[in-house]
Design a protein around this ligand. Structure first.
Ligand code: WCC
Ligand code: FE2
Length: 631
């Protein structure tokens, strides 16, 4: 039965945004839609990657008349250097997030506020890292493992501990190609060293380091972020939630969390749930407190607590434009500085909390692991106190939301899919049921859909349209970051979306009781996807590059996304991009990324701005891989 299930269309979302922008006009608010117009057309030199300003002799720009910079570097060297710097920015960012989580783990105490919620996972990691666990107090163990985790950033010898989770074949490739990441910080430093004036200008060397730096993120910092967040806050399990702006409640105090680090948002959720705080909100005329989220911090609390998702990256201004946001509380990454001035047009408090992300026109409440409880309480109280400052004439919350089931960690996927095949009991705990679905052709393959929104692509349109076509072709989608939120907003994470699938995938969704697009978490959680493909490879006896699996970031925009792309490709997974990473100015670099990499790591990039073509290319690639292994 289809019931009254219907996807929310991009047109409907755009109409809602238009209405919000009307409210914005009344109060003189700016918006990214207007700033894009002011910034277009973009600088061609920057766009094609051939502007160099790494020393003060320049800036040098490459043209047919001036084919070399003052130092003699050509377009290929400049493009590759810019690409490596871009990557290093992303690896540094994800990895520093992971470091913060290790630091939070180090501060975990039985009396809170940070506790060990998944001791089993902690013990598993400890054993994996050769730490004696027998008879040890769980908090002592947490602190010991946290220090080891922190040491991964500056380890003197050897490679990242987590690399051993990859199949043997993949590890051999990393060794052979000299891209196995050493200390995380070292790979970032080494990248910046290589791109300094007078160091590398050979594309092969620079792109090789881009892969290594990316791997230090995906199999280092991001993986630490994911794993230790699970230890602290619990490993996600399927949970029901809702998505889109309609999750905000006009009768309640609305607190929106935005950014990436769950250390902050977990505490905010904790205190927003406190009966004392709810009573206080009622005393101020509200009916209750609603916490919702934007970007990955939202994904983190949605996956673990079912906290609703207000929206993704390009919707961050919309939450303020509802006029019903008492506080938008941010930690790090993907936060528009525009939120400062925008919040001043409304009663909204824009609260920054991290020394890493400080912005004008914000209230800075410095968040620290030791004082997290007080900090969170102060922020929740500030939001409640702000409720009475709301201007009712400006309140408009689009009546638009969809149901979503989220929380598909690898552990949860393995457990859930065990229900699909009537497989023998001894197969419990492996990816074999999933492999059976793929080899039998019930599911043709899988696509990992990740990444941001980018005004260069009609927001959410690429994510949603690609997913619709993939699931109709019996290709299961795993999603993270803002791509996952696009899916949830559209309704593709509602189990009823099974009716949009081909017959095979529909049957799997029914048997396993899952939506066709599985929410695997935040952007650091793309490390979960690396573990999943590794398990699939080990359990099937195939190499990762042979699996009918590809990655896709159709609307990406951040440096982190390029770092991700590099580690996904370097793990052996073909990756499809809808936005060019500023490399078109060098045919050598473009060729290396789209073809040459295959000789190194058995996978490469495809860049295709036409969404229709992009999805067909992915389906083609998946079918090619099936044919190659004879399934
Ligand atoms: Ni990850 Fe992209 Fe969203 Fe930010 S939160 S906007 S990097 S996908
Ligand atoms: Fe993110």
């Amino acid at each position: 039965m289809m019931g009254d299930f219907k996807l929310t269309t991009v047109e409907e979302m755009e109409a809602a945004t238009e209405k919000l922008l009307e409210t914005g006009k009344k109060v003189g608010a700016d918006g990214w839609q207007y700033r894009v117009k002011n910034q277009t057309p973009h600088c061609k030199f920057g766009e094609t990657g051939i502007c160099c300003k790494i020393c003060s002799m320049g800036p040098c720009r490459i043209t047919p008349k001036a084919p070399k910079g003052i130092c003699g570097c050509d377009a290929h060297g400049i493009v590759a250097r810019n690409y490596l710097k871009f990557t290093a920015g992303g690896s540094a960012t994800h990895s520093d997030h992971g470091r913060e989580i290790c630091n939070t783990l180090y501060h975990a105490k039985p009396e809170g506020p940070y506790k060990v919620k998944d001791p089993e996972k902690l013990i598993r990691i400890a054993k994996e890292w050769g730490v004696e666990t027998e008879g040890k107090d769980i908090y002592d163990l947490a602190h010991e493992v946290a220090i080891l985790g922190l040491s991964e950033y500056g380890k003197v010898f050897g490679h990242q501990n987590f690399l051993k989770r990859a199949p043997q074949h993949t590890q051999e490739i990393w060794e052979r190609e000299e891209i196995a990441p050493r200390a995380i910080d070292r790979e970032v430093s080494c990248s910046l060293h290589m791109t300094h004036m007078g160091c590398s200008s050979k594309p092969e060397a620079l792109i090789r380091q881009s892969l290594r730096s990316g791997l230090s993120d995906g199999w280092g910092g991001s993986m630490a972020g994911t794993e230790f967040s699970d230890v602290l806050f619990g490993t996600p399990k399927p949970v029901d939630t809702e998505a889109n702006l309609g999750v905000m409640n006009k009768d309640n105090v609305n607190i929106v969390v935005h950014g990436h680090d769950p250390s902050l948002s977990e505490m905010i959720c904790e205190y927003a749930d406190d009966p004392e705080m709810i009573a206080y909100a009622k005393s101020k005329g509200a009916k209750g407190i609603t916490v919702s989220g934007v970007c990955c911090t939202s994904n983190e609390v949605a996956m673990r607590r079912g906290i609703p998702m207000a929206g993704n990256f390009l919707q961050q201004e919309n939450v303020v434009l509802t006029g019903a946001c008492e506080a938008i509380v941010v930690d790090v990454q993907c936060i528009f500085p525009a939120l400062g001035p925008l919040s001043k047009c409304f009663h909204t408090k824009f609260v920054t909390t991290s020394p890493i992300a400080q912005m004008p026109d914000s209230e800075f409440i410095r968040f620290h692991a030791d004082t997290a409880a007080e900090n969170a309480k102060a922020i929740v109280k500030m939001a409640i106190d702000n409720f009475e400052n709301r201007n009712p004439d400006l309140v408009y919350i689009p009546d638009m939301k969809q149901k979503a089931t989220v929380g598909y960690s690898v552990e949860a996927i393995v457990k859930t899919l065990d229900g699909v095949t009537n497989s023998q009991v001894d197969e419990t705990g492996t990816t074999k049921p999933l492999i059976e679905c793929i080899t039998s052709g019930v599911i043709r393959g899988a696509v990992a859909m990740v990444g941001c929104n980018n005004p260069k692509i009609r927001p959410d349109y690429a994510h949603i349209e690609l997913m619709k076509k993939l699931i109709a072709n019996d290709i299961i989608v795993v999603a993270s970051g803002c791509s996952a939120q696009a899916a949830a907003k559209a309704g593709l994470m509602d189990k009823e979306a099974k009716n949009l699938c081909g017959a095979g995938l529909k049957r799997v969704c029914e048997l396993a009781d899952i939506p066709p697009v599985l929410h695997m978490g935040s952007c650091v959680d793309i490390s979960r996807m690396m573990i999943l493909v590794s398990e699939l490879a080990k359990d099937s006896g195939l190499n990762i590059s042979q699996l009918p699996v590809v990655g896709c970031a159709p609307e990406w925009m951040s440096e982190k996304a390029v770092s991700i792309g590099n580690y996904v490709v370097a793990t052996g997974i073909d990756t499809f991009l809808g936005v060019d990473p500023y490399v078109s100015g060098s045919d050598q670099v473009s060729k290396l990324l789209t073809e040459g990499l295959r000789d190194w790591v058995e996978a490469a990039y495809t860049v295709e701005k036409d969404i229709e073509k992009l999805v067909d290319l992915m389906i083609e690639r998946i079918e090619e891989k099936r044919t190659a292994i004879g399934i």
